[in-house]
Ligand binder design. Structure first.
Ligand code: TMP
Length: 205
């Protein structure tokens, strides 16, 4: 299965993706855990360009092309080979991030974004997408207090992050068979318990 984690800033995706990967490994699964942007040597270099807070003049479509470039490399080099080898793949963000951030957040044309995404992924869709939902203010507050990376996207206005969150909820509503929205404004342990239950249910089903 290809399982993706999505959600606004500070929703705890990275922690949850790691915990799920460890759990599935303990269950005897072969797991590949990766992330976007990045996950390959080329993608990690693209990530540095994308997230450098000094790159304030980056154009919206440049941003789309760079996220898509990282994604094309990740799908070809990591995700498809792992799925072909029968492994479970967990990805911390995937193309829904482009729809949420560049589409709903920046207001770019969603149909055009879907086309670019199709090119980058060769049409590879996740089997399950877990959206860790949290209010934009709460997520950004967590992110600030967490003391981790504060990147070019984090410094966007609150209104932008609110549009991203609303976009995720709309995307989830459009494809309910693929998406599950999880309330992420709880402890990491509680969220993980829910995530495991949902993933186990989907794997058995
Ligand atoms: P994060 O994974 O550490 O949250 O950082 C990724 C940042 O990049 C986050 O702000 C969301 C943003 N992003 C996009 O805007 N579009 C994309 O397609 C992807 C994958 C990420």
């Amino acid at each position: 299965m290809l399982i993706t984690f999505e959600g606004p800033e500070g929703s705890g995706k990275t922690t949850q993706a790691h915990l799920l990967a460890e759990y599935l490994q303990r269950q005897g699964e072969q797991v590949v855990l990766t992330r976007e942007p990045g996950g390959t040597p080329i993608g990690d270099l693209v990530r540095d360009i994308l997230h450098d807070p000094l790159h304030k003049d980056m154009q919206a479509w440049t941003e789309v092309m760079l996220y898509s470039a990282s994604r094309a490399q990740l799908v070809a080099q990591v995700i498809r080979p792992a799925l072909a080898a029968g492994k479970q793949v967990i990805c911390d963000r995937y193309y829904d991030s482009t729809l949420a951030y560049q589409g709903y957040g920046r207001g770019l044309d969603l149909a055009a974004l879907v086309s670019i995404t199709q090119l980058a992924t060769g049409g590879l869709a996740p089997d399950l997408t877990l959206c860790l939902d949290i209010a934009a203010e709460r997520g950004l507050q967590r992110r600030l207090l967490g003391g981790g990376e504060w990147n070019r996207m984090d410094q966007e206005a609150l209104a932008f992050h609110r549009r991203v969150r609303a976009g995720y909820l709309e995307l989830a509503g459009l494809e309910p068979a693929r998406w599950i929205v999880v309330d992420a404004d709880r402890s990491a342990g509680e969220v993980q318990e829910m995530v495991r239950r949902l993933v186990a249910g989907r794997m058995q089903g």
